[in-house]
Design a protein around this ligand. Structure first.
Ligand code: M6R
Length: 602
């Protein structure tokens, strides 16, 4: 939630701030702003709307070599001009951008107002510049003032501040991501790497309690007591072109189409002589595992369902749990319980909270994530990266596919390690078929009829998705994607559950998408027959020549493959269906209303 960027170096900061904000818009897009410092005061430009709205308010590029920027997803206060970041102190000498939530802002605001500070917004953030100003008065030193200010804050924050007359950026983090970009001639700070990837791939992932001061020719990292700290510089292996839309109208379409490459990267080097090999987790690494809990939200939860099913098939007790419910549904956890956080961003608050709870209860923790250096990767005992490359569209697409494949590989690694487990009889066939998966996704992308079907079903009242086994999680994911970007009513069900209530929804106006994988699809076929007899158009989503095609009105075809991968391919068809329906409905596909890509509040 919210994206922040800061930059110091030679030359004007404004272009870098604006392009960085565009690359961070997936984190929020209801208001945007920048502040620059050029020796003649701190200049703030901000407005409600997205970064392009901000750009249109700028007659010329404000000049200044030190600057901060923000794109907002509202928590405290509606998306108005006043509530947009940066926020300043009363005199406008200190400007701050913030990602996170300040829990004690009410009390701080009252105290600061009593001391004469004048507030202009409804936000929790605005207390921060006022606090810095207050402590500058008392300490006479900005760095100390920032240190005291963050020490006073309760809650979560990644902040960056600039101060009139100082060629510096002050920044700190606790509970919200912040990464430092290191280049020969300039320094960057941002919520995520794509914000500055076109300038540098050398990064330092800041940790909670870090405070950094950036100057044009140096940076200093300290803890909150002021003791110097050392952090390693990592090189990010993302390609700068991954951060842009390229030839596509939308990030979502680009990301759907980049799945063959993403999947090749996910698989690369991980299958060795018919066995799964995760370099840092060698054979035997999971020998003590007695049960697995996969915790996740949204699309990642649907990928976790897929992984859970594969683990159970291998004889390992495994459950996919919605991270937000973990506290009440987790049940017993001990040192033989592997708690796996499945999270693209590695920053989802509910997922982090669940895995922390699992760890506090004695479980061993593992992150399956896309973002190197993310909070999930750092806080868990081990991490496996899904290697999908940056995903910018709010709707998760390529990261779902890479998560499913990573979890499938993980399930076979664990099954091989655990003495009583029974790795899939046909594991070799499944892993062989995996090698062909990128090519099969390519075929789906080249031959899909999803665009035509989206047009044919566009006037429907609601959209129903059903499936059994792997098909169930795909049906849930298909419905989530559809509602998320089209704003149409869509629901996913386990095939066996349709007649227990949801069938009442089915009419001639509700197309039913029946996901078939070539596994146990009998119940799904029954659903299709039941729905069709009530006049609903039925679309089979699965392999050609599948018996379900005989009772369907239309077919979204997936190439013949192992049943484990057929669900993933069916999901690609459903991604395309959602995309084209949303496009025809002229929805803001990459930035659906009310949503943000990275949900860092509980
Ligand atoms: O970053 P995460 O994988 O933890 O995010 C979890 C969900 O917020 C996310 O998958 C969300 O459901 C997607 N926007 C759906 O497309």
């Amino acid at each position: 939630m919210c994206g922040i960027i800061a930059r110091v170096g030679d030359g004007n900061a404004t272009e870098t701030l604006l392009s960085g904000l565009e690359n961070l818009e997936y984190r929020g897009y209801d208001s945007a702003g920048i502040a620059v410092q050029n020796g003649s005061g701190v200049k703030v430009h901000k407005c409600s709307g997205d970064v392009s709205d901000l750009e249109s308010t700028l007659d010329s590029r404000p000049s200044g070599n030190v600057g901060i920027g923000h794109t907002r997803w509202s928590t405290h206060g509606p998306p108005t001009d006043e509530n947009a970041h940066p926020h300043t102190d009363t005199a406008g000498d200190v400007a701050v951008v913030h990602n996170g939530v300040i829990d004690n802002y009410d009390q701080l605001r009252t105290e600061l107002q009593a001391n004469g500070h004048v507030f202009e917004s409804d936000t929790d953030t605005e207390v921060i510049p006022h606090l810095i100003d207050e402590y500058r008065e008392t300490t006479g030193d900005t760095e100390q003032a920032v240190r005291r200010a963050v020490d006073t804050l309760e809650g979560s924050y990644a902040i960056a501040a600039i101060v009139d007359g100082e060629e510096r950026i002050y920044a700190a983090r606790k509970g919200s991501p912040l990464v430092l970009g290191v280049d020969d001639e300039e320094w960057f700070l941002a919520s995520d790497v794509p914000a500055f990837l076109e300038y540098t791939d050398e990064v330092i992932y800041l940790e909670d309690g870090d405070l950094v001061v950036l100057e044009p020719d140096s940076y200093r990292l300290t803890d909150l007591e002021g003791n110097p700290i050392d952090r390693s510089v990592d090189t990010v292996d993302w390609d700068p072109k991954d951060a842009g839309k390229g030839e596509y109208d939308h990030y979502m379409k680009k990301e759907i189409h980049s799945q063959p490459t993403a999947l090749s990267n996910t698989i690369e080097g991980r299958i060795d002589d018919g066995d799964v090999d995760f370099a840092d987790l060698p054979p035997g690494a999971f020998a003590d595992v007695e049960s697995v809990q996969l915790v996740a939200c949204g699309t990642s939860y649907h990928a976790a369902m897929y992984g859970g099913q594969l683990l159970r098939a291998a004889g390992i007790p495994a459950t996919a749990l919605r991270a937000s419910e973990y506290e009440s549904v987790a049940g017993p956890v001990d040192e033989n319980t592997l708690v796996v956080a499945v999270t693209q961003s590695g920053e989802t608050a509910d997922t982090l909270e669940a895995v922390r709870t699992g760890s506090a209860r004695g479980g061993r923790t593992l992150a399956v994530t896309n973002v190197v250096g993310s909070t999930a990767a750092r806080e868990t005992d081990e991490a496996i990266y899904i290697r999908a490359g940056p995903e910018v569209g709010v709707a998760a697409t390529k990261t779902y596919s890479s998560q499913v494949v990573t979890l499938a590989l993980l399930s076979q690694r664990i099954a091989a390690d655990v003495p009583d487990a029974t790795p899939a009889d046909d594991r070799a066939a499944m892993l062989d078929a995996l090698a062909d998966l990128p090519r099969h996704v390519e075929t789906v992308l080249e031959t899909s009829r999803a665009e035509t079907l989206a047009a044919e079903t566009l006037e429907s009242e609601a959209y129903v998705f059903v499936g059994n086994g792997f098909g169930h999680s795909v049906a849930l994911e298909g419905a989530l994607k559809f509602k998320e970007i089209t704003y149409e009513h869509a629901e996913g069900f386990a095939s066996g559950q349709l007649k227990h209530g949801p069938l009442a929804l089915v009419t001639e106006e509700t197309p039913l998408f029946a996901v078939c994988t070539g596994g146990d699809d009998e119940k799904t076929k029954t659903n299709a027959i039941e729905a069709r007899s009530r006049g609903a158009p039925v679309v089979a989503v699965g392999p050609d020549d599948h018996p379900l095609c005989d009772v369907a009105d239309a077919h979204l075809s997936v190439p013949e493959t192992h049943p484990v991968w057929a669900g993933l391919l069916a999901n690609v068809q459903l991604q395309l269906l959602s995309y084209y329906a949303a496009k025809l409905l002229e929805r803001p596909i990459d930035k659906p209303r009310n949503l943000a890509k990275s949900v860092t509040v509980e």
